[in-house]
Ligand binder design. Structure first.
Ligand code: SF4
Length: 324
């Protein structure tokens, strides 16, 4: 009989070390039952770094005037997605800032074009839209939508997103779910002012939607943001949160987030044995990659999409995982 975690149980998991082996094992057992030993590898195309929003933790925020902005052409986005499909990816994630040039109709055209040429699932991650706009995108064949809520705490959300509201964000997630998208939420660990209770509320929110996927990663400060001097989030707490999410929602898709790997690659690999079953890999053309930094990332040598995919496959094999 599996434990049903109460709010207090969730808080305890973050504070009591003695029971962590049990919870990681439980999360791993559930992952194997629902997902097998398989890790889904997903390609990300970062199509635009223009963003009208001002998130205090993000290097793409509209007040960062030091950043050179780019916007990929629709043909370039489509071509990159097709290259990803040809390299073996079964899902492409189109991710960008809230760029007013990318309307729902334009997304619909891009999605239809990719879908007409390859059998590949499409996730869009392009921020908050109206219900009609989400409906247009869904009708075009978009399978999934990723909209991390970042924190459900009213005060923290308001401080980090001046002029924006967590209730609008939550409403968008409920709308996406109602329209039939596989719905992705997610949040950061280590935001200034966050407590274990805050994290427990975030996990309960993910379960209440319920989200079909959730990106849970540590906060990493970016030098061109108001949070430049804040400490990064805890990788240990991140792993605990992923394990709890798996126990609460056995079927959910949980990535080993890129931000976790940026802080600690070993922790990133361990999370595949504590609930995670997805990994994301950038396929953004190399000339844009350094310009798309929500948080600072080290960029390796330029390789082809197929070479990078082969590298991920080898990494997963080396840690005993199968991949798709
Ligand atoms: S987190 Fe997203 S919405 Fe916020 S500034 Fe960055 S790209 Fe824009």
């Amino acid at each position: 009989m599996r434990p049903k975690l109460t709010f207090d149980d969730i808080c305890d998991i973050f504070e009591i070390d003695a029971q962590m082996k049990y919870f990681y094992n439980l999360a791993d057992t559930i992952t194997r039952e629902t997902k097998g030993n398989l890790v889904n590898v997903r390609a990300i195309v970062e199509f635009s770094n223009y963003c009208k929003r001002n998130c205090a933790y993000c290097g793409l925020n509209c007040h960062n005037t030091t950043l050179k902005r780019y916007r990929m052409q629709p043909e370039e986005i489509i071509d990159t997605a097709l290259q990803a499909a040809d390299a073996g990816y079964k899902t492409v994630v189109l991710q960008g800032g809230e760029d007013p040039e990318f309307t729902a109709d334009l997304f619909a055209q891009i999605i239809k074009e990719i879908k007409s040429k390859r059998d590949i699932a499409i996730t869009l991650s392009a921020g908050e839209m109206t219900e009609d706009e989400y409906r247009t995108i869904k009708k075009a064949g978009c399978d999934r939508y990723l909209l991390k809520h970042e924190t459900t705490n009213f005060e923290i959300y308001s401080q980090l997103h001046p002029g924006y509201s967590i209730s609008d964000r939550k409403e968008c997630l409920h709308t996406l779910k109602r329209l039939g998208f596989e719905t992705g939420g997610g949040f950061m660990i280590g935001l200034p002012g966050q407590t274990v209770e805050t994290i427990a509320h975030d996990l309960e929110f993910i379960a209440s939607v319920p989200c079909d996927m959730a990106g849970i990663g540590p906060f990493i400060p970016h030098p061109q943001t108001p949070l430049e001097k804040a400490a990064p989030g805890s990788t240990d707490k991140t792993r605990r949160a992923v394990a709890i999410a798996r126990i609460m929602l056995p079927e959910i898709n949980l990535p080993a987030t890129t931000s976790l790997g940026v802080l600690d690659m070993e922790e990133r690999n361990k999370v595949f044995y504590g609930g995670a079953n997805v990994i994301m890999k950038k396929v953004t053309p190399p000339q844009y990659r350094k310009l798309y930094e929500i948080y600072p990332v080290k960029h390796g040598k330029i390789k082809t999409i197929a070479e990078e995919r082969a590298e991920i496959n080898r990494l997963l094999e080396s840690i005993g995982k199968e991949y798709d």
